[in-house]
Design a protein around this ligand. Sequence first.
Ligand code: F0G
Length: 445
Amino acid sequence: MVEPIKLTTRSERKDLIQDAHYNTFLLRAEDVIIDLLTDSGTSAMSSDAWGALMRGDESYAGARSWFRFRDTVKDIFGFEQVIPTHQGRAAEHILFGVMVKPGQIVPNNTHFDTTRGNIDFVGGQPIDLPCAEADDLDSRFPFKGNMDTAALEKLVAEHGPENIPVIMVTVTNNSGGGQPVSMANIREISRIAKAAGIPFYIDACRFAENSHFIKHREEGYADVAPIDIAREMFSYADGCTMSAKKDSFANIGGFLCTNDASLAHQERNILIMTEGFPTYGGLAGRDLEAIAVGLRETLDENYLDYRLLSTRYVVERLVDAGIPVMAPAGGHAVYLDARRFLPHIEPLQYPGQALSVELYLEAGIRTAEIGTVMFGLDPHTGEEAPARLDLLRLAIPRRVYTQSHMDYVLEAINQVWERRESLRGMKIVEAPQFLRHFTAHFEYV
Ligand code: F0G
């Protein structure tokens, strides 16, 4: 299936981005030439997945599509209980609603904004424990997504297992630059969690990409198939949350897994109230079918080779041109280091946002800031401070763009790099208290 790309001129884009208040989330998709806003729900489905859609069994309870979905999830993820949800954040909402009490702490390598938001929502405290190498954007450490396990042990000793209802790790580490987590790190987190009697969950959105990184970067896995690496990763955990909009090519969907039958019972009670009957969650039978097909395809080695190599292709061209970018390449996205790209724009004038606007003006490319706009405001105190990093994420939908599209993106980045000193900072003129990046209005300072 193909989609037309509407070409716009620079002067049209000048008006379009102004009308969108300089926020790429507020643009119309048809006014975007290359859409790198997210890899979530934007991937291309295969002929097999489209074929499977047609046999969706829409029975309210016990549909054939449910059993196909459940058996596939069990085969790959290995957990006993499978709970379908309409997307990843619904799985998080149910999990934390059941497990987390006000004041309790939930550590992660780096929480994605929806996990953070859902923990905040029930009064818990999300804590990020990235490894030391994660802060150095140039370090070639192969597993910069790892959790700092010494810090985790310290946290458990200081607060006690009774105040930590669940330990999570996100593979790959999306908010930390799409970097992978090693099997050794997962094993060590599992050991610490078991010793303390704390359940250990994996945020599994990009589990196939993480498995392939383990295959290529960790000793002992070169000859192991990605599906077996995935099975080993999940064997160390007590459960997982998953967004099928990432590593299973679906436009919608997700699930929650656990080995704890009594917990699953409580989770299904909430599911029935908020998502749907336990054999469809928030999904149509046809979605369950597409996900079951996508979960197999995402573990195909040829696909995974192509996926990781095509992201690396972009990162390596940028490194060669001396353009500041997070390296080594992650799986689903390229992260420009906006703070070093635009050193004359201070963090509180949002260099990531300025770069995002400029890439749209230059070539109609839509990207998302991951920096001070997204993380700089404390919603409870109203105080603003620079985020740890100011990144601009170019997320790459799966099986959508070709190398020629990516060459166009590289050309545009190079052109903006040439005249980077002419870029100006931005200010926020209107924004909500929570998750402001989605709807904030900006102007140039
Ligand atoms: N966890 C991670 C690591 C994610 O990247 C996302 C979504 C979610 C959970 C939530 O899943 O969207 O199905 O509710 N990430 C998208 C992104 C939105 O653009 O990175 P969801």
